[in-house]
Write a new protein. Structure first.
Length: 211
């Protein structure tokens, strides 16, 4: 059951992590996020699906190649913030994104953590994660994640407000994955068809285009 079928909606923000150098894809900062998929850059495709879902606010954390990315993407009402030290790793970008949402006047119930290099993001996946909180006991577990057909990344993560302090614990190039492994009782999985590959190399992109 997706949110279109229920009456209650949560106030959810979204954080798009797009600060990495993408050096395994190209030596040119920002090139990976602007790699064309169909007729649009990869990051633009991710943002299009987010807009189709309609979060209360979207924060995009830019870093390496930020100026190039900002010029190349058609923005809507996304809040763009910069990680001026992206070499500090993924944790720093997550913290910047969460702090940007905390600074807004909205009282968010949670936030989706979205990766800018996962162009298979679908609005219906976001709806399904939200619906799990509204229609089941998932609200007692503050991390809600997809379980895809094949093992791999469990993204996007819906991190409910009580777990935002998890982000404060992170260091270096570590995201939420290890924390969720250590706290399985706090994680609720939602079955989602398909897969969610990262695009790290040109071969990854070629594989996605051929599927």
């Amino acid at each position: 059951m997706y949110l279109q079928d229920v009456q209650t909606r949560l106030s959810l923000g979204a954080i798009v992590l797009a600060a990495g150098a993408g050096s395994r894809y190209s030596e040119e900062p920002g090139a990976k996020l602007l790699a064309p998929i169909g007729e649009e850059p990869m990051l633009a495709r991710v943002l299009r699906e987010l807009r189709a879902y309609g979060p209360a606010s979207t924060v995009v954390v830019l870093g390496s190649g930020a100026a190039v990315v900002e010029r190349a993407v058609d923005w809507a009402d996304e809040i763009r913030v910069r990680n001026h030290e992206p070499e500090r790793g993924l944790a720093s970008s997550l913290q910047i994104g969460i702090d940007a949402l905390r600074a807004l006047p909205d009282t968010f119930d949670g936030a989706f953590i979205v990766l800018g290099d996962q162009p298979r993001l679908r609005a219906e996946t976001l709806h399904a994660l939200e619906a799990a909180v509204v229609t089941t006991r998932a609200a007692s577990r503050p991390a809600v994640v997809p379980r895809y057909d094949e093992p791999g990344p469990r993204n996007p993560v819906l991190l409910l407000r009580p777990a935002w302090n998890w982000v404060d614990e992170l260091e270096g190039d570590h995201g939420l994955g290890a924390l969720m492994v250590d706290r399985p009782e706090a994680v609720f999985e939602v079955a989602i068809s398909g897969t969610m590959p990262d695009i790290d190399t040109p071969d990854d992109l070629a594989q996605l285009r051929s599927d």
